[in-house]
Every structure is written in C-alpha cells, then in structure tokens.
Write a protein that binds this ligand. Structure first.
Ligand SMILES: [Ca+2]
Length: 423
C-alpha cells in the first residue's frame, strides 16, 4: 500500500516534472517568439520597407539641391510618382521649356530673358522706341515652338501704353504687334496676358489674356470687345516656306477668356486652363466662335470680396467651363496624360493640370468631346508648378526656383489586365 502510494507519488512528481519541463520549453519558445517579433521581424519588414523606399524614392543625387522637391514617392489613389530633378535644367519663372533633345538637354526660357538664338532683343526694341517694362512685369510670357521655330509672346511698353507682341526668336523679327493699351486708363495687367497655344496642321491657336484690369464690369476690359485681340483665343495661318515658319491672317477664334495659361490637344480637341477670379479658375473646351463669358459671366468672386459676379441663371450666349476649381488653384498648364495613366483609365479622356498656388498636379478624367468631366484627383506636391508636359511618353514638371523634374510613375492599382508596377 505504502509502496503503491509512493509509486503513485513518484509518478505524480515525475508527471509534474514533465509538465514543468513542457512549461519551460513553452516559455523558452515564447521568449524566442518575442525575440523574433522584437528584432527579426522588424528587420525583415524594414528591409522590405527599405527596398520599397529605394524603388520609389528619388535616386538622383541632385535631390538635395532642391529640398522642396518631394524626396520620396508621392502617391495618388492608383500611382506612385517619383521625381528626378534634371541636372542643369534650372528654372525660376519660365516662359517655356523645350526638350529634352537627343542629348537630354532642355531649352529653358525665362520670362526675364532678353537674349535668344537670334541675338539680343534690347537693341531691336530700343530702335523702335520700345522697352520691357519692369512694372507691371513685362517680358516673354509664352514660348511657342512651331516646326522647330521659336516665337515668343511678349509684354512690352512704348510711350504711354503697354501692349503684347509676337517676336521670332531665331530671326529676331516682329511677327505681330497688338494694339496699345493706355496706361493712363488704370492698371494694366501684363501678368494677365496669359499664354497657351496649340498647333493644328496649318494653323495656330494662341491665347491672349485680357491685359487690362480684372474689373467685374465690361468697362475697361477687353475680353468682350470684338475689335480687341485681348481676352481672346486667336487663330493664325501657319505659313511654311524656304525661309522657315511665319504666321499670317490673325483672327479672333473665340472670346471672353481672362488669363489663359495653357492648352492641350486631346484627339483634336483643344482644352485650355485659365486663371479666373477667386473660385473661378477654369478648364474650357476651346471652340470656334464660343464666348467664355469673362467678365460678364463667371463663377467666383473678386479677391477683394467686392461685387459678386453673375453665374446664374446661365446665359446661353456664353459657354460654361468644363470645370471650375474651388478654391482657386491658379492652374498653370494642361497636358495629355502619359500612357501608363491614360491606359489605366482607357474608357476616359485624360489630362493632367499643374498649379501654382495649388502646388499640385491634378488627374482629370472625362468625356471631353461632350464637355464632361467625371473626376478630378488632386496630388499635392508642395511646390509651385508652372508647366507640365509629356515628351516621349514621360511626364515632366517645371517648378518655380528649381530644376525641371522628370517623373517616374509606378502603378499601384493592378489587375489581370493591368499588372502592378508597370512604368
Ligand atoms: Ca469663363
């Protein structure tokens, strides 16, 4: 009995030992798991993270020279954008960027530039009694390239007037000179002379801003004056000859624009972005004989909170914008989408809008022939952008006070037809 008891006791003790050993092993395993969780897994995760960051971060060594450029990938809903500053392609306040050429170089023309391929502009202006006014800011507002020929839209001054002119920068010759606006009649806004152009086979569409004050009433404005080329989209015939390219037969194509900033040609359609009043920045589909309303009909209000503009009821004689940005973004340019983005949204038309004040790019989708916009996605970059363009299917951005940015795009959204990570 006693022996049985002690055997039983020994069994129990042995079982307790075994149980204790199991506990020790379990505790040891737990410690190992905790150690793995504490040290190994994070390393593994961070290795993945580092790899992802490496894949999606700026590789160019020039990134530090322009610290405001996003150093890491900026994500939209379905894409990651990585920005590579282009060495040497510095910009401050550009009138236009041409390139890249075969060597990867860009021609960057600043609004203050006076020396071009054709020579120094100042003696030519002096010989005609003209100058580039410092206030309001004159100079080249838009660089246009037509079959390789470069033509600039300038804001110039003479006597008591300020006016716009087109100058061939290769031959340093005047192509067109626009009427004088009397500076004694109030503020003249050379900053409102705008820009934006589109080449369509044998003609050019070019926007010319109001140039005049941005008052709400028609008084003192030019956009609704059928005699004035200001506040209009102008059409020129492109004349090609052995001497190169020149422009002829200027006429008003459409009217009622305020301060146009850029054009994009999408499947033969011309889209324009312009600076409107506060809450009235627009995307317009540019059509012959259309009137875009300024200053009689527009969304938004004055920046000084003065008189409100008329936006209701719609006046059928004016064309509504395809979209208005509220709050204002100061759109600076508009471009076709690179194919990676365009293909992702292949049932939609696609453009990218850049913004100064908005410091963003916007992916805009819609049915443009029907003047319909379905979505506007804002991608904040935190830098003022003056131009956006696509060259060889690569998206380029032109910021203020920084280098031209080549944009690398990765698809984040994916499915069978649209694999992840395509560039
Ligand atoms: Ca308008």
């Amino acid at each position: 009995m006693r022996g049985r008891l002690s055997l039983q006791l020994m069994r129990e003790i042995s079982m307790n030992k075994a149980f204790g050993a199991v506990l020790v092993v379990l505790a040891a395993m737990l410690v190992v798991l905790l150690l793995v969780a504490e040290f190994v897994l994070p390393n593994y995760v961070s290795r993945l993270g580092r790899q992802l960051a490496k894949d999606l971060s700026v590789i160019s060594g020039d990134a530090e020279a322009t610290p405001r450029i996003p150093a890491e990938a900026v994500r939209s809903n379905e894409f990651a954008f990585v920005f590579h500053p282009v060495p040497g392609a510095e910009t401050t306040k550009v009138a236009g960027v041409i390139g890249p050429d075969a060597t990867g170089g860009f021609l960057v023309v600043e609004q203050t530039d006076t020396s071009f391929a054709g020579g120094d502009l100042l003696p030519l202006l002096e010989s005609r009694g003209m100058k580039i006014p410092a206030d309001p800011h004159g100079g080249i507002r838009q660089l246009m390239e037509i079959d390789g020929a470069l033509i600039g839209l300038f804001g110039l001054a003479r006597d008591n007037c300020i006016f716009a002119a087109l100058i061939d920068l290769d031959r340093l010759e005047f192509v067109d000179e626009f009427p004088c606006m009397d500076t004694s009649q109030g503020y003249i806004g050379l900053n409102n002379m705008g820009g934006g152009y589109a080449v369509q086979d044998d003609f050019l569409l070019m926007a010319l801003g109001t140039g005049s004050d941005v008052a709400w009433s028609a008084q003192g404005t030019t956009s609704q004056d059928p005699q004035s080329p200001y506040g209009k989209v102008l059409r020129y015939d492109i004349v090609r000859s052995g001497q190169g390219v020149t422009l002829a037969n200027r006429r008003i194509y459409s009217s009622g624009v305020r301060n146009p900033q850029g054009f994009a040609m999408i499947d033969g359609l011309v889209l324009e972005v312009e600076h409107g009043p506060m809450g009235g920045d627009e995307i317009n589909l540019i059509q012959e004989d259309a009137n875009y309303g300024w200053p009689l009909y527009s969304a938004g209000s004055q920046y000084n909170q003065g008189d409100l503009n008329s936006f209701a009821p719609p006046d059928s004689s004016f064309s509504n914008p395809m979209a208005t940005f509220v709050p204002s973004i100061a759109p600076s340019d508009i471009s076709e989408c690179p194919s990676l983005i365009a293909n992702r949204y292949d049932t939609a038309d696609c453009v990218i809008v850049s913004a100064l004040r908005g410091q963003s790019i916007f992916i805009v989708l819609g049915d443009f022939a029907q003047e319909r916009i379905w979505s506007v996605e804002r991608i904040e970059l935190g830098i003022r952008l003056r131009e956006v363009f696509v060259h060889d299917d690569t998206l380029y951005l032109v910021p203020d006070d920084a280098q031209v940015l080549r944009t690398e795009i990765h698809a984040l959204a994916c499915n069978r037809d649209f694999p992840c990570g395509r560039e």
